[in-house]
Design a protein around this ligand. Structure first.
Ligand code: FAD
Length: 393
């Protein structure tokens, strides 16, 4: 039997692993933690809606069969000639590989941005943002320097706006506990493009602006971040914004190890795949999730979203099993369940199956999508066990 290795236990990797686990097909999954973090809920962890443990699931809680092996290690390279995944502490030989290491932040060469900002990339960094803001606000109670109460969020895409919505629910509570007037807080979301949330229908965007503004946040479009120095965001036109907390959410790209391993990549470092999620450079490697440069029938790249990752992962696993059994592979033909953007616990915006929704309806639909994901990943057992902590209803 050939050896299947999956690298990355995110949405794509975990769904691929669950498919193989259910089918009793042996495989090894390599991930840098022994848990699967729910990336699309990390803004909730940053806002402290629940403890960090609400946003992670032990991998072994999902993969229960003896045929499923978990290796906790960091992937540092792929030797395609030797068919080996190189890790910090060893090597994993493979016959078939599913690469699903997700994304890293893209800083677009903006000077000092990487060094002087926080980012929301995993559970640890989400909790770090939460603790950082709390510490800054506590410092304010000691020295009354208003810089501690200023927060700059770079980027008004899904991550930036969801984080803004969450913080606007958390900060009034934090202020109340520390006896700070919330009106002294200045939280700004800074976007270089003329619009916010390009993935949400244009007619719904004013609702986002209204909701965020009413809660005390500022959304700034057409405003470029030129440089970041410690505690200072330098904007075009010479304006500066001194802020105790600076978070960058403005872009993602694939891990550079795909480029280093010689894959054909796009400008975001994603590796090109055919319609079976198979690398165009290597028949034995399948790429799934945000790392994949996959195109639809019109040649348009699929966007890096959790719902695409959730569907690419199991397809890659299924196609490897098909290859092993000499059966035909299946093409990627995802269903689009819509895009939902949370603006806090009880309000959101977006579309469900193409129908525009906003307010409580969108927040409920988002909760529904979480439940569906848990069910798809681990059936009723996982949805039942985890539903209560991961969901708020
Ligand atoms: C705050 C936030 C909100 C979002 N909201 C939405 C949303 O509402 N809807 C939506 O569709 N998308 C959303 N996204 C985007 C979505 O999270 C990604 O598209 C999705 O996570 C991609 O899945 P993936 O499996 O490719 O990668 P990931 O889910 O990122 O998984 C990658 C896995 O690989 C591991 N890993 C990474 N590097 C290494 C390494 N070197 N060695 C070992 N392991 C490694 C990671 O720990 C992780 O377990 C959001 C993202 C953020 C940050």
């Amino acid at each position: 039997m050939s050896k299947i290795v999956i690298v990355g236990a995110g949405y794509a990797g975990m769904m691929a692993a669950a498919h193989l686990d259910n089918a009793g097909v042996p495989f090894t999954i390599v991930n840098n933690h022994d848990y699967h973090h729910l990336t699309i809920l990390l803004h909730e962890a940053a806002g402290g809606r629940g403890p960090g443990s609400n946003y992670s699931i032990p991998i072994k809680e999902v993969l229960t069969k003896d045929t499923s092996e978990l290796v906790v290690d960091e992937v540092v390279g792929i030797d395609r000639e030797k068919k080996v995944v190189k890790t910090k502490n060893g090597e994993q030989p493979y016959d078939y590989l599913i690469y699903s290491l997700g994304w890293i932040s893209e800083y677009f060469g903006i000077k000092g941005l990487k060094e002087n900002s926080l980012s929301i990339t995993n559970l640890d960094t989400a909790v770090e943002i939460h603790e950082h803001i709390e510490n800054e606000f506590k410092k304010y109670t000691e020295d009354h320097d208003k810089r501690h109460l200023r927060i700059a969020l770079g980027g008004a895409g899904l991550t930036g706006i969801e984080l803004m919505g969450e913080l606007l629910e958390y900060l009034p509570k934090l202020c109340q506990s520390l006896n700070i007037p919330f009106s002294d807080v200045d939280i700004q979301c800074i976007e270089a493009m003329p619009t916010i949330l390009p993935m949400v229908a244009e007619h719904l965007r004013p609702y986002v602006v209204e909701t965020v503004t009413k809660k005390g946040g500022k959304l700034r479009t057409n405003t470029k971040i030129m440089e970041v120095t410690p505690g200072v965001v330098h904007l075009d036109g010479g304006e500066t914004f001194e802020a105790g907390t600076i978070v960058w959410t403005g872009g993602v790209r694939a891990n550079p190890l795909l480029t280093e391993a010689g894959f054909t990549v796009d400008r975001r470092g994603r590796a090109k795949v055919n319609s079976f999620m198979q690398s165009v450079d290597d028949d034995h490697i399948f790429i799934a999730g945000d790392s994949a440069w996959a195109e639809n029938a019109e040649g348009k790249p699929y966007p890096p979203t959790a719902q695409n990752a959730e569907q690419m992962g199991p397809l890659a696993a299924k196609n490897i099993v098909a290859l092993q059994n000499g059966k035909p592979m299946t093409e990627f033909n995802p269903s689009d369940m819509g895009t939902l953007c949370s603006l806090g616990a009880n309000v959101g915006v977006g579309d469900a199956f193409g129908i525009p929704i906003k307010g409580v309806a969108a927040a409920l639909a988002k909760e529904g999508s979480k439940a569906l994901y848990l069910y798809n990943l681990g059936g009723l057992r996982l949805a039942g066990n985890r539903g209560k902590t991961v969901m708020k209803i």
